[in-house]
Write a protein that binds this ligand. Structure first.
Ligand SMILES: Nc1ncnc2c1ncn2[C@@H]1O[C@H](COP(=O)(O)OP(=O)(O)O)[C@@H](O)[C@H]1O
Ligand SMILES: CC(=O)N[C@@H](CCC(=O)OP(=O)(O)O)C(=O)O
Length: 313
């Protein structure tokens, strides 16, 4: 199979009209009709949504994403939210005069920074998402990796060569039991990526990585990463070069070719790892687009990049 970038399917496409405007109660009937086959297909299935980027910062988008999550839960799909909050952490560090530094896309996390990361992610950001979901009619339960030892952390692989990276963690193990029991009882789990090691030391884990590993441990149908770009682009400055569908071999090749760079690398890598562990599909989607989640889950063409495990014909 030709695995050059040129062989990848790229296309822009028009979203069904029912999804391009905010959903009023009347529109909702139309949405349901168009989306019914997908609702039936994914009913009872778990979908892990990584919520972050622009969709989290802008109030109007935030409201849409939250309503879409509640919509999915209402029609019988089981969403699990894993959230980021990098910009919010930056702003609190600035207020406290603590320097912000990243190495390879990961936040250098000394003891003071770790305290702020935990307060912001597991506290402020997590509880505000929970509150928004509850106000939109869902039943959210906020957690961090420490709760029920959902995530056990270990020091990041680079910590020995780069001790200044501090308390950045990798995932040692995931225990999905608590999340599964919340899903069984009809709740929407909302998880921040703060975790601890076997000694109780807190670690800061990249939220994409946490979402990918949790999706694998939950045997999720889908992993959806909401971000601030149309998806995987062959030219990262040109949304018309969106790659609509690709398999893990093609995805790895885009990293090797230097087409996927920077913050997109951990996203693609966590999708690849989730797929290799059995998650049926992983999606990188533009969270700035209205109803991005519904468009990706409940339409044939989707709007972002869909990654699958096996080779595409
Ligand atoms: N091939 C690519 N296609 C799309 N975006 C890319 C690509 N390579 C690098 N990027 C960059 O990755 C960024 C998304 O990563 P990041 O900023 O870490 O997202 P988030 O804050 O949502 O976690 C995009 O805004 C884009 O600048
Ligand atoms: C180690 C590391 O970098 N952790 C991230 C965790 C939050 C995150 O991933 O947030 P976004 O998804 O908004 O980027 C951080 O401290 O920013």
């Amino acid at each position: 199979m030709d695995q050059t970038a040129d062989s990848l399917r790229t296309a822009s496409q028009t979203a069904p009209s029912c999804f391009t405007t905010p959903i009023s109660p009347v529109d909702r009937v139309q949405v349901l009709a168009e989306a019914l086959p997908y609702i039936q297909r994914f009913s009872g299935k778990t979908i892990v949504v990584k919520y972050g980027g622009a969709a989290m910062v802008e109030a109007a988008l935030r409201e849409q994403v939250i309503r879409d999550i509640v919509f999915l839960a209402t029609v019988g799909i089981k969403p699990v939210v894993v959230h980021g909050g990098g910009p919010e952490i930056n702003s609190w560090l600035a207020r406290l005069n603590i320097p912000v530094q990243f190495v390879g896309g990961l936040r250098v996390t000394d003891a003071d920074t770790m305290e702020v990361v935990e307060m912001v992610l597991a506290g402020k950001v997590n509880k505000s998402i929970v509150q928004m979901i509850n106000q939109a009619g869902g039943s959210a339960v906020g957690l961090c990796g420490r709760d029920g030892t959902i995530i056990e952390a270990r020091p990041h692989t680079s910590a020995q060569e780069q001790p200044q990276i501090g308390f950045v963690g990798d995932i040692q193990s995931i225990n999905p039991k608590l999340v599964q029991s919340l899903l069984k009882d009809g709740h929407i789990p909302v998880l921040s990526s703060v975790a601890s090691d076997e000694h109780g030391q807190a670690y800061n884990i990249n939220a994409d990585t946490a979402a990918g590993e949790l999706a694998a441990a939950l045997d999720a149908e889908k992993l959806i990463l909401l971000t601030d770009t149309a998806g995987i682009l062959l030219d990262k400055n040109d949304p018309k070069t969106l790659v609509r569908k690709l398999d893990i071999y093609q995805a790895r090749r885009l990293i090797d070719q230097g087409i996927v760079v920077g913050g997109m690398i951990p996203k693609v890598q966590c999708c690849v790892r989730a797929l290799a562990q059995g998650v049926r599909a992983a999606h990188i989607v533009d969270g700035r687009q209205m109803h991005a989640l519904l468009l990706e889950v409940l339409t044939d063409q989707g709007i972002g990049s869909m990654l699958v495990a096996s080779e595409l014909s």
